[in-house]
Design a protein around this ligand. Sequence first.
Ligand code: ZN
Length: 245
Amino acid sequence: HDCRRVRLLAYFGEASVACAAHQNACDNCLNPPATWDATEAARKALSGVYRFHQQRGQHFGAGHLIDVLRGKPTEKVVQFGHGSLSTFGIGADVSEAQWRVVLRQLIALGYLQTEGDYNTLELTSAARQVLRGEVQILLRQPAVAPKPGRVAKLGKGTSAQRSRAKSPPLPLDEAGLARFEALKAWRAELARKHKLPAYVIFHDATLAEMAHAAPDSLEAIENISGVGVKKLEAYGRDILRVLGS
Ligand SMILES: [Zn+2]
């Protein structure tokens, strides 16, 4: 949910600071995603793994852990006596899908690791920091699926989604919006022609940046984030034509 540039560079061992608010900022800095504080949920999940191990020295996979956290009296819960654990049912307020996100994130952040053929979960030594409440875990707000009732009321159900998808990821003036729409139309045609998903050609964010910057040369296009050498070669001239320069 935070600066993608920092994360990517960190992956390659390079320290960096979050993007300044300019047009080459990464998508997360341009449009910060909504987050929810999953610190409590993370502590509950790690406690769940800890209690399994404490009880009989055993490890279990994500599915069973979620059942225990959500207080589901499954056969396995009965078989292992997990209904009597202090962690049984402490996470009933978090949906199964959200628990999966939390667990995936805990693995990605190195607080949990999976083991063996059954992908059983084990705490890493770093998990202690989370259990002690020394680390805050912020997660991207899960995309909320539209409620069926609301979709039905909108008739076809897609007009609201379509108009939302239409709004550009950058605030654009009228001329910029026209350029954005022209670029999207060009991309759609190209996608159809090459039987490619549109985002493979360019993301909306990249098209919005082009619409905003209105580059008038190949060099100017190259400065737009999301345009590599190959794409500049393949599409640069087309883009200039679409932009009318
Ligand atoms: Zn950034």
